[in-house]
Design a binder for this molecule. Structure first.
Ligand code: KG4
Ligand code: ZN
Length: 352
């Protein structure tokens, strides 16, 4: 089975072709970063227009790279949400048109499920596993029991971790996206220079909070002598922030591992996914935690952690095997939780 995947839910226009054996035949990602840079963050309207202008060409490129024609595709999957709705509509309409024209199944994929199942594309990990999903819009710990079967153990009560990376980077005068910039500079910084908080550390449960950490970065920067930030100040703050983030992630994940082991005594895999999972320092911390708790850490290669369409095509493969194709009347969803029955995090605002 050969599946075309399309991803347009944020600021990357992506198309990929994947087989049911997990072979990635092509994987094209067109970033819109340059269009959003002047604004210091993603502008939904700019994103939607860019997806509209480029999705056809990105799909054509993915077909060319794989050396395939549409008649050789068995199904087409697209991100159906959650995400910036203008972009999601573009991807879903493109996929539906191809499905209708070729008379093949269309599969609407939950973007988060794409991230969640990537480890089975790259590493063939079996269900159930514990998933730490850390991206620009989400920060959650979930038990992945099967395709479409998730139990959320914890989530952020305010900002996602990627958001905290991006906003802290902005305070330091670094370009969007801030995660890769902070990781690079942190290598030469002193993680002990700025005493930043570790929100939620030591508390029961596995919810996260990052807005206090982000605010502390701003306060510490404001307290520095006036004038342009020195290179050393930026590197030290990047390292201090990354260290604090890593400790928070490990503390919350430690509690989640205990809960996971209690509910699923046979499970032994901790999978990390989402854009922030590309961070090597965070992975190093999680690697240590995994070995202390007799878990095996699975982290997909960085290019499959950040947004891409191979993960959407693969989730499409998994959903088809599960008998879960969508109707052409599927309506794009701005919000689409993986575990709709999860209790709200204590103190949670509008985000979940
Ligand atoms: O999964 P993703 O590509 O898009 C969303 O679905 O949100 O994640 C993007 C986020 C951004 O906040 C970006 O700063 C962060 O992932 N990110 C990183 C790194 N690479 C990307 N954060 C920390 N370290 C990195 N190396
Ligand atoms: Zn994502």
């Amino acid at each position: 089975m050969i599946v075309l995947g399309i991803e347009t839910s944020c600021d990357e226009t992506a198309a990929a072709i994947v087989t049911d054996e997990g072979k990635v035949l092509s994987n094209v990602v067109l970033s819109q970063i340059e269009s959003h840079k002047p604004y210091g963050g993603i502008v939904p309207e700019v994103a939607a227009r860019a997806h509209m202008e480029t999705t056809d060409a990105v799909v054509a490129r993915a077909m060319d790279d794989a050396g395939l024609g549409f008649e050789q595709i068995d199904a087409v999957a697209a991100t159906g949400g959650p995400g910036l709705i203008g972009g999601v509509i573009v991807g879903v309409m493109t996929a539906k048109a191809i499905a209708l024209g070729q008379n093949i199944p269309f599969i609407a994929v939950n973007h988060l499920e794409g991230h969640a199942l990537t480890a089975r594309l790259t590493g063939k990990v079996e269900f159930p596993y514990l998933l730490l999903l850390v991206s620009g819009g989400h920060c959650q710990l979930l038990v992945v029991k099967g395709v479409g079967d998730y139990a959320r153990l914890g989530t952020t009560i305010d900002d996602a971790l990627g958001e905290a990376f991006d906003k802290s980077a902005k305070v330091l005068g670094l370009d969007y996206p801030g995660g890769p910039a902070i990781e690079k500079l942190a290598k030469n910084g002193d993680p002990a220079r700025f005493p930043l908080p570790r929100p939620m550390k030591g508390r029961p449960g596995c919810d996260f909070s990052f807005s206090g950490l982000k605010a502390a970065v701003k306060r510490s920067v404001d307290a520095l002598p006036p004038g342009p930030l020195k290179e050393k100040d930026v590197a030290d703050m990047a390292a201090s922030f990354q260290q604090a983030a890593s400790e928070c992630i490990n503390d919350r994940s430690k509690n989640a591992i205990a809960m996971f082991k209690q509910s699923h005594p046979g499970g032994s895999h901790l999978v990390v996914a989402g854009g922030v999972a590309a961070n090597k320092a965070l992975r190093g911390g999680l690697e240590e935690l995994a070995s202390q708790t007799q878990m095996t850490l699975i982290a997909p290669p960085p290019a499959l952690c950040t947004d891409n369409a191979a993960m959407i095509a693969w989730a499409g493969v998994e959903k088809i095997k599960n008998g879960d194709a969508s109707g052409l009347d599927f309506a794009p969803r701005p919000r689409w939780p993986l575990d709709p029955d999860a209790p709200r995090a204590v103190g949670a605002g509008v985000k979940a």
